[in-house]
Design a protein around this ligand. Structure first.
Ligand SMILES: Cc1cc2nc3c(=O)[nH]c(=O)nc-3n(C[C@H](O)[C@H](O)[C@H](O)COP(=O)(O)OP(=O)(O)OC[C@H]3O[C@@H](n4cnc5c(N)ncnc54)[C@H](O)[C@@H]3O)c2cc1C
Length: 233
């Protein structure tokens, strides 16, 4: 299997860093090919504008999707984008490793999506969902949170006081829907159950090591996993 990990954390010694190291080690030991884009280490530029292109369709008015279509026809993407597009095309499984920031992905990863998942490359001309460009590929979010697991329960307990606890933040699947449905499923990926480590900062070293072992164990069997439905909640 060809696995592409998009890693979005600024600190190599972070728990996110440890998760990516585990993934690289385990998958490589299984004989999988692994490519990693460590966005912060690469200093990936997340700002989407004319710098995305070496071609120009309309110099007087920047209409992003029109320029993306034009660049798709004229081989006109900037090298940093082209390199990432090729890694997405190459992989069978794409893993995004990131800490949940403001109920979403860190800005550097959002900018990566804005620039790399360009019209003509990742979607367009009726290619979406079941007819998506990346159909046949799988994707998985591997995330960490600051909040504890109970805080992401589906419904808030009616007697719950306004403090962190049952349902404080709401359903994690609802939080991840714009990513899993709006980006991954939209572009044709089959989405695997997200791998979530809640509040690693509140765990003991032993508990954190167990989480890393649990991730390794899951990755050993990931080729046999069945995708989840990301459309119905
Ligand atoms: C801008 C911003 C927005 C945020 N928004 C949200 C939000 O919306 N919802 C939410 O729930 N949280 C939110 N958070 C919190 C954030 O999600 C967590 O801080 C993050 O997920 C923790 O992961 P980390 O990798 O940064 O942990 P770290 O703090 O790097 O790691 C946790 C602990 O693990 C230890 N560790 C590292 N490697 C290993 C190893 N190999 N073995 C054992 N221990 C190890 C580290 O030393 C550290 O003590 C936000 C944070 C920021 C900065």
């Amino acid at each position: 299997m060809k696995v592409f990990i998009v890693h979005a954390h600024h600190e190599p010694k972070s728990f996110n860093g440890a998760l990516t190291q585990v993934a690289q080690k385990v998958l490589s030991s299984l004989g999988d090919e692994v490519k990693i884009s460590d966005l912060c280490a690469m200093k990936f530029d997340p700002v989407s504008d004319r710098r995305n292109f070496t071609t120009v369709k309309n110099p007087d008015y920047l209409k992003q999707q029109a320029e993306e279509m034009h660049a798709s026809e004229a081989n006109g993407f900037a090298p940093d984008i082209q390199g990432e597009i090729e890694k997405v095309r190459w992989c069978d499984l794409m893993i995004w490793q990131f800490p949940l920031w403001w109920f979403g992905v860190p800005a550097i990863l959002k900018g990566w999506v804005d620039r790399v998942f360009a019209m003509g490359q990742a979607y367009g001309q009726g290619r979406a969902y079941e007819k998506g460009v990346f159909r046949g590929k799988q994707a998985m979010l591997s995330i960490t949170t600051g909040g504890i697991a109970e805080a992401f329960a589906e419904k808030r307990h009616p007697l719950q006081e306004f403090r962190e606890g049952h349902g404080f933040h709401g359903d994690i699947y609802g939080i991840l829907r714009p990513i899993q449905r709006g980006i991954l499923s939209f572009t044709g990926f089959a989405v695997l159950r997200p791998h979530i480590v809640h509040a690693p900062v509140r765990l003991t070293d032993d508990e954190r090591r167990q989480c890393l072992d649990g991730y390794a164990e899951r990755l050993r069997g990931i080729a046999d996993e069945v995708p989840i439905d990301v459309g119905l909640y």
